[in-house]
Design a protein around this ligand. Structure first.
Ligand code: ADP
Ligand code: MG
Length: 207
């Protein structure tokens, strides 16, 4: 837990192509989602959008939302990430066709330790802090996050970030090793399903 929280309070801003970053994050979990018989589709109305952001926190936001989408969507369902850039905002939505969230639980969903159904087997090893971290990371970027969901039909999380750049850093450097930190985050976030997924993945790859 302390490792997750190290660096939580400071924002390390770079001018970064967030579309490329998100595309790479999705690619990095492709085998994982395939092993769950889920395909993560990706759409964007722009190929590139440079904004001042902390790439590591954007990555954690996306991995949290994607791990939830995978965890709460049955095999064969759909997950879609959609980016829509307008003049001064970029909207990123993560859609799934999963079990959904009851309406009366939606307002608590970003609270720490809130899990809709603690008895559900697949929830047991989750920390219940994923979405509260997601929300605080979005807040740090002065962005907004919203959720809409229909029980039994699916869930959509939408993040809106301001499009702006900072003056003193270039967008071309690669401050983090994406694949390396993904392995670590997957082990934490996907907790209970990680082990099964490795088994399924091996089977999928014919191993
Ligand atoms: N995409 C989703 N579909 C259905 N329920 C979800 C989804 N994302 C989050 N939830 C609900 O919100 C709760 C909190 O999520 P989160 O903070 O990531 O904690 P955790 O994943 O550790 O349970 C989950 O336990 C689940 O009940
Ligand atoms: Mg989670």
């Amino acid at each position: 837990m302390s490792r997750i929280h190290s660096g939580v309070y400071n924002l390390d801003l770079y001018n970064y192509n967030i579309v490329g970053l998100i595309n790479n994050i999705i690619l990095s979990i492709k085998d994982y989602s395939k092993a769950h018989n889920l395909n993560v589709e990706f759409f964007s109305n722009v190929d590139e959008c440079i904004i001042a952001c902390d790439p590591e926190k954007i990555e954690r936001i996306m991995l949290n939302l994607l791990s939830n989408a995978i965890k709460f969507t049955e095999s064969g369902g759909h997950i879609k990430v959609d980016i829509h850039k307008s003049e001064d905002e970029i909207k990123i939505s993560v859609n799934d066709s999963g079990i959904g969230i009851p309406e009366d639980k939606l307002m608590y969903i970003f609270n720490r330790f809130s899990q809709v159904d603690k008895g559900l087997h697949r929830n047991r090893e989750g920390s219940g802090i994923g979405l509260s971290l997601v929300k605080s990371f979005v807040d740090m970027h002065e962005g907004k996050i919203n959720v809409s969901s229909k029980l039994g039909e699916g869930t959509e999380f939408t993040i809106v970030l301001p499009v702006r750049e900072i003056e003193d850093r270039s967008g071309n450097e690669q401050p983090i090793d994406i694949s390396q930190s993904n392995v670590e985050i997957m082990q934490i976030e996907f907790a209970d399903i990680y082990r099964t997924s490795i088994l399924k993945l091996n089977k999928f790859l014919g191993g």
